[in-house]
Ligand binder design. Structure first.
Ligand code: 2RA
Length: 339
């Protein structure tokens, strides 16, 4: 039988993308329960030519649900994820709530599918599976194929993160600010307490005692868990940039053994979920606009790191759609692995 689904946070940017991806990939389901806060309960939505009434999320929402897709923030996941799992549902959670829990697999299907091999649909036993943070997914989609060939010892990441990472309201505010600035008006700054349009700033996540922000430490910690390598050295600087829905990331890699740029380019050309855009002659490399609304992560600027001896280092530039592969697509691909 096709599984019964629940979508928690269905009115949010990722919730809506869950539905788009389910439809695009003809994901088989026998029913879908559309769940959101009390504020949205009762509203109608049409999905695949069927009318649905959005229901308020309650502890009873998961009876008879095989797979529950969550993207409603960490507190909702913390409160309802375990309830759903106890009900026998397999939860795919897009929040950061359980990512570092040692009993919860943190999965990118193209990277570490084995991490969830013990979780079976129809076993009656519920489970929690965590979707990594978007900037982690996009980075590791490019870095892992190379890591598999020449073991990454150190990775330095600079991210250029889209508004979508802060939600639909941030995307709306970026557009509004851009108009206001062009019209010579004061920009409306509700989501971020500073002007975003024609500007960029250090990621809005809280800054920790070590001077890194939470977004940067997610990249550090999630990489180690996903690669199952507590020794890999990772550092990151995450920046919010005035781009709508695709993240860009500059990634420097230091390897245990030589890996030259031509070999790296071939590896990436053959990597699942990756497209190489690396045309030096026409200076055509990945851009956020070119990957927006697309499944694949684009990699370019593949070059030997001249600061390293021989071929022990590479620099690459990666772009990926934050809402799609950075969140909804990855989660649905996890759900597909359960079928
Ligand atoms: C961001 N990674 O881009 C976050 C979204 N989960 O802000």
């Amino acid at each position: 039988d096709a599984p019964s689904l629940a979508v928690v946070g269905v009115t949010g940017a990722v919730g809506q993308e869950f539905l788009s991806v389910l439809s695009d990939r003809s994901f088989p389901y026998r029913s879908i329960r559309m769940l959101a806060s009390k504020r949205s309960a009762g509203k109608h939505l049409t999905f695949e030519d069927k009318d649905y009434v959005i229901e308020e999320l309650t502890p009873e929402s998961f009876k008879g649900i095989d797979i529950a897709l969550f993207s409603a923030g960490g507190s909702i996941s913390k409160q309802f994820g375990p309830i759903a799992a106890d009900c026998g549902s397999i939860v795919v959670d897009n929040s950061s709530a359980f990512r570092m829990d040692e009993n919860v697999p943190l999965v990118i299907p193209e990277v570490n599918p084995h991490a969830m091999a013990h979780i079976k649909l129809g076993s009656g036993k519920g489970a929690l599976i965590a979707n990594p943070n978007c900037s982690t997914i996009i980075c590791l989609m490019a870095a892992t194929p190379l890591h598999r060939h020449a073991k990454v010892l150190r990775m330095v990441v600079s991210t250029y993160q889209a508004a979508s990472g802060a939600g639909a309201a941030a995307m709306e505010e970026l557009e509004q600010q851009t108009r206001e600035v062009l019209e010579g008006k004061e920009p409306t700054c509700n989501i971020f307490k500073q002007q975003y349009a024609f500007n960029l700033f250090s990621h809005n996540a809280p800054v920790l005692s070590n001077g890194y922000n939470e977004e940067e430490m997610k990249l550090v910690k999630e990489t180690r868990k996903i690669w199952n390598d507590m020794n890999v050295k990772v550092t990151a600087t995450c920046i919010r940039v005035p781009v709508m829905r695709a993240h860009a990331e500059s990634v420097n890699l230091q390897f245990e053994k030589p890996l030259d740029e031509d070999a790296a380019r071939e590896i990436l050309k053959n990597a699942a979920g990756v497209v190489v855009i690396d045309d030096r002659a026409s200076n055509h490399f990945p851009t956020p606009l070119e990957v927006s609304n697309k499944d694949d992560v684009a990699v370019g600027r593949i070059r030997r790191d001249v600061s390293q001896d021989g071929n022990f280092g590479l620099d690459v530039f990666v772009c990926g759609d934050q809402i799609r592969k950075g969140a909804a697509l990855n989660a649905i691909q996890i759900a597909e692995m359960l079928l």
